[in-house]
Ligand binder design. Structure first.
Ligand code: SF4
Length: 467
């Protein structure tokens, strides 16, 4: 039996779930489409969940317990809705993926199983063998060099005043394109993960390092995902960092709001812990924010609207960091729509990352030229402060660079070069467009180690000559 029907005690918070106070206005016939969010019981389209009530579906623990983590569960849920060859294709994809599979019931229910091949949510979380493309030679695990910039396990100190702290290595879902494929989730057939468990001793080493470096002001608590921290762990981390006089800003990172928004509504222990840290931060005049990760408008429903409303009522700033993904959100209108919907929910679109050069993600990557053209389309469609900066997170640890700020870019060769004078002075960082978008003779240049090195060396020599 798939369902775990929860007790009333477990569903803490649903009793006083506040309905959307703006509903009448948003249902106004004349309201623009991006201010309308679906409020149907969409999960009932999954045959096994046909009888699941709203109370059960909104329960965060039920969502955890019913996450899809292997072919058997996937087949049990969507087998009656898809062609059997689709499941075989997915099994092949999972075998070759660097990320384990974990998909929340919320996301499973939002995928169009009548056409899963082109579904933008399916593409983010469920790999297909038939979609795998040969990796560009620049792709790898940990291509951002996070481990080489880690003075203690799970703490990356790259920018002078900012550090990235990884308290855990699990998430409510596993994204195929995760930049931290080297550490996040369970081992796969392709990747044995670096272990970064939620150990208090390891955390203490990280806090000690932050205390010993007074220049550190910004701490990003990422992962893994803050949704997987227990309320007391969230509070411990928040308080430990707020206690340090040098720490001025904390960002808790979670994709949870996009993939399991009901946790904000029904796990009041977690929401209260976040609120307590945020309020203590405000008392100390320090900023505590939530950074989340929506990539497509289909991830947003009335449940999201209620969850985001609760966070806003509690004074918690939420910003979004999207990833530009081919076949997911690289159409002309998708990011415009996403930005407007997020703005309606008081979630600030902050960054749109070009997909990192991670092993196994070639089919999801877009060109830098596409990133630039989409930025032009997005800018001007909503307020400037709700317009994301399009960035490339550079290979080898140069950090995030505005996509336009290259020292060199030749779309014909699919090669870009960025500089990061405040992060790694004097160094250059290269990026490569997907092989699929290049001419065959240029692909041959990239695939041959000798001609590839010659190409890169010549470009770098030319840049140095001009700088
Ligand atoms: S939620 Fe974030 S950390 Fe977790 S798998 Fe997705 S991208 Fe990686």
């Amino acid at each position: 039996m798939e369902l775990n029907v929860v007790s009333a005690e477990q569903t803490t918070g649903i009793e006083d779930h506040i309905p959307n106070r703006l509903e009448p206005a948003q249902n106004d016939y004349f309201a623009p489409y991006w201010r309308k969010f679906r409020r149907d019981e969409f999960w009932r389209s999954i045959p096994s969940w046909h009888d699941v009530s709203e109370r059960v579906f909104l329960d965060a623990m039920w969502q955890e317990q019913n996450a899809v983590i292997n072919r058997e569960r996937l087949e049990r849920l969507v087998g009656p809705l898809v062609d059997p060859s689709f499941l075989d294709d997915a099994t092949e994809g999972m075998k070759r993926a660097p990320m384990a599979m974990r998909i929340s019931p919320y996301i499973i229910s939002l995928i169009n199983w009548a056409g899963p091949i082109s579904d933008p949510l399916r593409r983010q979380f469920l790999p297909l063998g038939s979609e795998i493309e040969e990796d560009h030679p620049l792709l790898g695990l940990d291509t951002l060099g996070e481990q080489s910039d880690s003075p203690v396990a799970g703490l990356t100190h790259r920018y002078r005043t900012k550090a990235l702290f990884l308290p855990t290595s699990t998430c409510p879902v596993y994204c195929r394109f995760c930049t931290r494929s080297y550490a996040v989730g369970t081992d796969t057939e392709e990747v044995a993960k670096v272990r970064l468990g939620a150990g208090r001793e390891r955390w203490k080493n990280a806090f000690d390092y932050v205390a010993e470096h007074p220049e550190l002001e910004d701490i990003v608590v990422s992962g893994g995902d803050a949704f997987r921290l227990k309320p007391d762990q969230l509070k411990t981390i928040g308080d430990a960092l707020l206690d340090l006089p040098n720490v001025r800003r904390i960002r808790f990172a979670t994709k949870g709001l996009a993939v399991q928004p009901m946790k904000i509504i029904t796990d009041r222990g977690w929401l209260n812990a976040l609120t307590a840290v945020s309020e203590r931060g405000r008392y100390l005049r320090k900023e505590v924010c939530l950074h989340t990760h929506f990539n497509h408008p289909n991830e947003i429903t009335g449940i999201t609207e209620d969850a985001a409303g609760l966070l806003f009522e509690r004074g918690i700033t939420v910003r979004n960091q999207a990833v530009l993904l081919r076949g997911v959100n690289d159409g002309d209108d998708c990011l415009v729509d996403l930005g407007r919907r997020l703005s309606t929910l008081n979630i600030h679109p902050y960054y749109t990352y070009l997909c990192d050069l991670v092993t196994g993600t070639e089919d999801l990557r877009t060109t830098i030229a596409r990133g630039i053209s989409l930025e032009k389309i997005v800018r001007g469609t909503t307020a400037g402060f709700n317009t994301p900066t399009f960035v490339v997170d550079t290979l080898g640890g140069g950090g995030k660079r505005d996509v336009h700020s290259f020292e060199y870019y030749d779309p014909d060769f699919g090669l870009a070069v960025y500089a990061a004078p405040s992060v790694k002075p004097g160094k250059f960082f290269i990026s490569g467009d997907p092989l699929r978008d290049l001419r065959q003779d240029v692909r041959d240049v990239w695939q041959n180690p000798a001609t590839r090195t010659e190409l890169i060396d010549n470009v770098l020599k030319n840049i140095c000559h001009h700088c």
